[in-house]
Design a protein around this ligand. Structure first.
Ligand code: GLU
Length: 368
């Protein structure tokens, strides 16, 4: 069976699975979902649920329409709805002997190394205590610049942090189609994606549903993160009762096969960053050095794009703007702008203080 060898499984459920179009809570579905989770747990599989629905349930309670909400209002609505969401899970899951806990994350909690390690430890302790963490973005705090905004990418980062083997995105469609199935009758379900760039070339996947924020594009972003961090990802239709059992039996879903990744946990975290702060464009000589496993020196940098601080995630691009690596910068963007093109020995004189000689050290860099 598909999930048999997965020790840690992250399951993301969208708002439209919690509340239907008439804004009725899908109690029957949640009960059947709890039974699916119970089965996974009985096989000693560790489960994390990433659930949307705070805003949808807040809107339901206050009789608001999500579309008309401004950011500050939606933060208040999420605060009202999150407790409704957890009450719902608590009520239904406890009937099946399942213990749940809540983890609310912001973008910084996953993108800053120390904080992501703290989160990892919390997940591990919850697994040991036999609790199921239910994760959502901390919508009450996050503002648009520092927000995931969709739980697809958040779920993929949670999968990377918990070292999950499989991420399941339960959606309201069967998976990824070659065209929008709501518009085209002849749209075909893509069952397996092994190479994202090659298999999905020239395809665009626009389209949102009413209650969620994602759409296919954020799911593909999530798949990229999973593929790089060694986790399989599945998009499946969650609308059926017992969604996990149903999709595994039906064989109707899209599987994104992970690249078997030999990277250590820290490098996996680097490569699957969701929000690199800037880009460094490098010359051919530096590109060759990087390909041979060397660090990036100031001499090979042509241009700096964006603003970043020391320690931030950045992308390294060649002259044609192809991404060749990702890493953590040892300098701020301001400093790189001053030292680019210069020999490492000159850095001390240019900046006026002693610092590292590599702009991105090879231990802080992963080739894409
Ligand atoms: N975090 C949002 C919520 O709970 C949903 C984000 C999404 O739909 O992906 O309402």
């Amino acid at each position: 069976m598909l999930l048999k060898n997965s020790k840690v499984i992250v399951i993301k459920i969208g708002s439209s699975l919690i509340v239907d179009k008439q804004k009725t809570i899908r109690n029957k579905w949640l009960t059947a979902f709890a039974k699916d989770i119970k089965k996974l747990k009985s096989k000693n599989q560790k489960v994390v649920i990433v659930s949307s629905g705070a805003i949808a349930l807040g809107c339901k309670k206050m009789n608001y329409n999500k579309r008309n909400l401004k950011l500050d209002k939606s933060q208040a609505i999420a605060s009202i709805g999150q407790i409704e969401l957890m009450n719902l899970f608590s009520k239904i899951f406890s009937k099946h002997g399942l213990n749940i806990s809540q983890i609310l994350l912001t973008l910084e909690d996953t993108e800053e190394r120390r904080r992501s390690l703290n989160a990892k430890r919390t997940f591990e302790n919850l697994f040991e205590l036999n609790f199921i963490p239910i994760v959502n973005e901390n919508d009450t705090i996050a503002t648009s610049e520092i927000k995931y905004g969709d739980n697809d990418r958040l779920a993929s980062r949670v999968a990377q942090i918990t070292n999950a083997d499989t991420l399941i995105l339960l959606s309201d469609v069967d998976g990824l189609y070659d065209k929008n199935p709501k518009l085209y009758k002849d749209a075909k379900l893509i069952k397996k994606v092994e190479n994202l760039n090659k298999d999905l070339k020239n395809k665009t996947f626009k389209g949102n549903n009413e209650l969620g924020s994602g759409g296919m594009n954020t799911k593909i972003e999530a798949a990229k993160i999973c593929q790089l961090s060694g986790c399989n990802m599945i998009i499946a239709n969650g609308l059926h009762l017992n969604p996990i059992e149903t999709f595994t039996k039906s064989n109707n879903f899209t599987l994104f096969v992970s690249k078997t990744s030999k990277l250590d946990a820290r490098k996996k975290w680097i490569i699957s960053s969701v929000s690199p702060k800037g880009e460094l464009i490098i010359d051919d000589g530096a590109k060759k050095a990087l390909t041979n496993g060397k660090s990036l020196l100031a001499a090979g940098i042509k241009q700096v794009i964006g603003k970043f601080n020391k320690g931030d995630h950045i992308k390294i691009l060649d002259k044609s703007k192809n991404e060749i690596a990702r890493g953590l910068s040892s300098f701020s963007s301001e400093e790189v702008n001053k030292i680019l093109g210069h020999h490492s020995k000159e850095i001390k004189d240019i900046l006026g203080y002693i610092s590292k000689s590599e702009v991105v050290h090879k231990d802080d860099m992963v080739k894409v």
